[in-house]
Write a protein that binds this ligand. Sequence first.
Ligand code: FAQ
Length: 337
Amino acid sequence: MYTQSFNVPDSPGAKTVALAPSSEDPALQAAFDARIDADGRIEPQDWMPEAYRKTLVRQISQHAHSEIVGMLPEGNWISRAPSLKRKAILIAKVQDEGGHGLYLYSAAETLGTSRDQMLEGLHSGRAKYSSIFNYPTLTWADVGVIGWLVDGAAIMNQVPLCRCSYGPYARAMVRVCKEESFHQRQGYEALLVMMTGTAEQKAMVQDAVNRWWWKCLAMFGPPDADSPNSAQGMRWGIKRVSNDELRQKFVDATVPQAKVLGVTLPDPDLKWNEERGHHDYGQIDWNEFWETVNGNGPCNKERLATRVKAHNEGQWVRDAALAHAAKKQARSIKEAA
Ligand code: FAQ
């Protein structure tokens, strides 16, 4: 095993990880290729090509940022949830998303990047996070629709990631997917209840579906033909299913759910294609998608400002946790001596 020490700078999750040095040794490359070809797992201490490492840091950190920023649109509704039961469920869900962010930052740290570096990327606006979280949550129905459609799309995308070739990411995704599955069901159930309510409540659900549907389809990323990272990501076993295939699976799975719920998906071109064995659907507005990804969506500035404020205001908690950990360590050294 080829290892070197990498010290992750001081953060609450500070640790020393053993990293394989990057080297152009053809024997190391051949061993890596053979492991990937055999569908094996790469672990932090294994040698890996620098481009594989960089791709993983990019994808995992973007994913972590998405979970953390994703707490904000629903978090807005915790104080306005319509009952104690809904409030308790929503608090648990938003807290889960925070937990997902933490597993993912930890997985990315095993690749030799620190949490501080990743957060600096997010807070400076350089790092990407999912486009979907830059839209407003206007009514309580949005909370249900986020669970049903946004978590539903996230699960569709993330279940194949449980088989990702990089061990720490794959293992984190197993737990994330279990929790996302609860999130999806609670959203769908909340909407089912609203759909048995007044005409106004039903209209609220339909309006939320109209506003979120197309944004959820765009969550899967650009069409395969315009996706610069897909081909290599799939060769390396990081991505297992392409953006377009996942989008299609999501449409096919969601159409019958919409029928049971009693809502119309806002796409006049949506229809079953017997020959393909799939639903056809209309054109996604990719200009709007890229505008949002590039910082110009309706809530980008607000989301980032809220995140930076929360981070700054949480500095005393991190300081206290570090001071406590240092005290505990000093005490155990003293006791051992
Ligand atoms: N938003 O070449 P590709 C959640 C970027 S978690 C923003 O296709 P790739 C849970 C992409 O990064 C949701 N940017 O890229 C939750 C790349 O930019 P770069 C997040 C996007 O990586 C629910 C460029 O476009 N999930 O929802 C988006 O092969 C409710 C070219 O794209 C994950 O992150 C987008 N939608 O495929 C939380 C899953 N799509 O880096 C709270 C893991 C693409 O070259 C509440 N990630 N871009 O500058 C993935 O599976 C992949 O990274 C994709 C993109 C599929 C997102």
